[in-house]
Design a protein around this ligand. Structure first.
Ligand code: NAI
Ligand code: MG
Length: 502
C-alpha cells in the first residue's frame, strides 16, 4: 500500500502519481458482437389477456426503441381502463375456476415449466433485453436470465410446501395480484413478481415499464406455450396511466410495485382505505463502506460492481462510497485508473462493461444531478472513454469532496455516478450511512469479520453485503426500510407478501 505506518494507521499517500502505461491501441478488444439474426421481434405487439394476444380497446400503440441506437424496435399496445378491466376480470375468472382450486403440486408443474422455458430461450431473451433496455449482453446473459429462471425454479419448489412455510399456521392466496414493474431489470422483475404470486395460488396482471415491454411479452408467450389455464397470467402494456388504472382497480386484491418512490407514494394513497395488500420496492441511496483494513483491490472491484453494474440503474446500487479517511487518496486513485478501463458502448458486444442509459428522460435526469454536483463544488472525474454518436450514453463518473448535504449525496441518480465521502470511525460511518431517507442496501469492506457484523447490526438497510456487492439469490429476502418501501421479495419472507396467514 506504500507509505510508512504511523500510530494513526497508514500515512496518506504522498508519492508522485505513477504515469499510466501507454500501449496505444495494441491491447484493444476486437468487436465481439452477439449474433442477432435468429431473433425476430414482432413489429406490432398486443396485449396478453385471458390466454390470448389481442389488440387494445384503446386502438393505440406506442413505440419502444433501442436506447443504444434510438431505432424503433416495435409498436406496443397501450392498455386503457377497459383493457385493464378485461385483464383483471380474466384473472379473477382464472382464480375462481382453476388456480385457487388446483393442488400446489399441480401449480408447481406450471411454474417449473416456465423456469425451463426461460432457460431454453435464454439466449434470445437476453438479446431482446439488451436491445430494448440497453444493458450489456454479458449482464443480461449471465445475471438477468439465470436469476429469472432461478426465481421460477425456487418458487416451483415452494408451491406444494406452503403448509410448512408459516410454522404450521394456515394460509390462503390473496386472489388477483396487480403487478407494476420498472425498466432496469425488466424480465427479472417480472420473475420476482410473477413466480411467488403463482406459487402461492394467485393470478396476476403484470404491467411492464413502457421503455422495456418486450421481454415481458416474451414471457407471456412462454406462459401460453406452457399451457397455463387462460387468464392465470395477463400482461398489459402501457405507461403510467395504465399502471395507475391497474393499481386503482377494485377487482385487484394485491398491488406489488417496484419503481420510483414518488410513484410508490401515489400508489399507496390510491390503495389506502381499500382491502388491497401492498408491497413497495422503491429507491435507494446505499452506502458502500470501505475500511482502511479492507483488501483494497477487491473493494475497488466491489465499488465498480456496486455503481457501474447495469449503468447504475439499480435500486440497491452502492451510490454513496464511504471511505475511511486514511485510504481515501489511495482508493480514489485506484478507482480512477480502474474506471478508465471500463468499455462503454454497444450493449450487444460481449466485451461491453457499461451499456446505454435506458431512455432520454433518464439521461436528462442524470445530467441534471451531475450539473448540480458540480455547482455545489464537488470534484468530478468521468472516465475518458469514447461514446457512440447515436443513442443515450453517460461515462462512468465519480465525485470527490461531496458534502453530506449535497444533492448528489442525498438523491437517487440512478445512473453510473458515484459520490465519495469519508469517515474516521465506525460510529461516524454508521451515522453517515443511515443519514438518508432510504434504506434498501449497504456494503461493508473490511478484513475483520467482527467489524462487519457489528456494522451490519447497526445499518438501517434491508440487505447488507460483506466484502461483496449486488449478490442476489431467490432464497434471500430483498426489500427496504423507510422510503425504500416495505414488504420483502424472495425467500420465505417473500411468500408472506402473496398469502393471507391466519
Ligand atoms: P416510475 O416509478 O415512473 O416507473 C416504474 C413503473 O411504474 C413503470 O411501469 C411505470 O409505467 C409505472 N408508473 C408510472 N406512473 C405510475 C402511476 N401513477 N401509477 C402506477 N404505475 C405508474 O419510474 P421512472 O419515471 O421510469 O423513473 C424515475 C426515477 O425512479 C428513476 O430516475 C429512478 O431514480 C427511480 N426508479 C427506481 C427504480 C427502482 O428499482 N427502485 C426503478 C425505476 C426507476
Ligand atoms: Mg425500449
Amino acid at each position: 500500500m506504500g507509505g510508512p505506518i504511523t500510530k494513526n494507521g497508514p500515512a496518506p499517500l504522498t508519492r508522485p502519481e505513477t504515469p499510466a502505461l501507454e500501449f496505444g491501441h495494441a491491447w484493444d478488444y476486437a468487436p465481439a458482437p452477439e449474433a442477432i439474426d435468429h431473433v425476430r421481434i414482432e413489429p406490432r405487439q398486443q396485449l396478453f389477456i385471458g390466454g390470448a394476444f389481442r389488440a387494445p380497446r384503446s386502438g393505440k400503440h406506442f413505440d419502444t426503441v433501442s436506447p443504444s441506437t434510438e431505432q424503433k424496435l416495435a409498436e406496443v399496445a397501450e392498455a386503457d381502463e377497459r383493457d385493464v378491466d378485461d385483464a383483471v376480470q380474466s384473472a379473477r375468472r382464472a382464480y375462481d375456476r382453476y388456480w385457487s382450486k388446483m393442488p400446489g403440486s399441480e401449480r408447481a408443474k406450471y411454474v417449473f415449466r416456465i423456469a425451463r422455458a426461460l432457460q431454453e430461450k435464454a439466449r434470445e431473451l437476453a438479446i431482446v433485453e439488451s436491445m430494448d433496455g440497453g444493458k450489456p449482453i454479458k449482464e443480461s446473459r449471465d445475471v438477468d436470465l439465470p436469476l429469472a429462471a432461478a426465481h421460477f425454479f425456487y418458487h416451483a419448489g415452494w408451491a406444494d410446501k406452503l403448509d410448512y412455510a408459516f410454522h404450521g399456521r394456515s394460509w390462503r392466496p390473496l386472489g388477483v395480484a396487480g403487478q407494476i414493474i420498472p425498466w432496469n431489470f425488466p424480465l427479472l422483475m417480472a420473475a420476482w413478481k410473477v413466480a411467488p404470486a403463482l406459487a402461492c395460488g394467485n393470478t396476476v396482471v403484470l404491467k411492464p415499464a413502457e421503455t422495456t415491454p418486450l421481454t415481458a411479452l416474451m414471457l407471456a408467450r412462454i406462459v401460453e406455450e406452457a399451457e397455463l389455464p387462460p387468464g392465470v397470467v395477463n400482461v398489459i402494456t402501457g405507461a403510467g396511466a395504465t399502471g395507475a388504472a391497474l393499481a386503482a382497480h377494485p377487482g385487484v386484491d394485491k398491488v406489488a410495485f417496484t419503481g420510483s418512490t414518488e410513484v410508490g407514494k401515489r400508489i399507496q394513497r390510491a390503495v389506502a382505505g381499500s382491502k388491497k395488500k401492498l408491497t413497495l420496492e422503491l429507491g435507494g441511496k446505499a452506502a458502500n463502506i470501505v475500511f482502511a483494513d479492507a483488501p483494497i483491490d477487491q473493494a475497488i472491484e466491489g465499488i465498480v460492481n456496486g455503481i457501474y453494474f447495469n449503468q447504475g440503474h439499480v435500486c440497491c446500487a452502492g451510490s454513496r462510497l464511504l471511505v475511511e479517511e486514511s485510504v481515501h487518496d489511495l482508493v480514489v486513485r485506484k478507482l480512477r485508473d480502474r474506471i478508465a478501463t471500463l468499455r462503454v458502448g454497444d450493449p450487444l458486444d460481449k466485451n461491453t462493461d457499461v451499456g446505454a442509459i435506458n431512455s432520454r428522460m433518464q439521461l436528462d435526469k442524470i445530467r441534471e444531478l451531475v450539473a448540480a454536483g458540480e455547482e455545489e463544488g464537488a470534484q468530478r472525474f468521468s472516465a475518458p472513454c469514447p461514446l457512440p454518436s447515436k443513442g443515450y450514453w453517460f461515462s462512468p463518473t465519480f465525485f470527490t469532496g461531496v458534502a453530506q448535504s449535497s444533492r448528489i449525496a442525498r438523491e437517487e441518480i440512478f445512473g453510473p455516478v458515484l459520490s465519495v465521502l469519508t469517515f474516521r470511525t465506525p460510529d461516524e460511518a454508521i451515522e453517515k450511512a443511515n443519514n438518508t431517507m432510504y434504506g434498501l442496501s449497504a456494503g461493508i469492506w473490511s478484513d475483520k469479520g467482527a467489524k462487519i457484523f457489528w456494522m451490519a447490526q447497526r445499518l438501517k438497510a434491508g440487505v447488507v453485503w460483506g466484502n461483496t456487492y449486488n449478490k442476489f439469490d431467490p432464497s434471500s429476502p430483498f426489500g427496504g426500510y423507510k422510503e425504500s418501501g416495505f414488504g420483502r421479495e424472495g425467500g420465505r419472507h417473500g411468500l408472506a407478501a402473496y398469502t393471507e396467514v391466519a
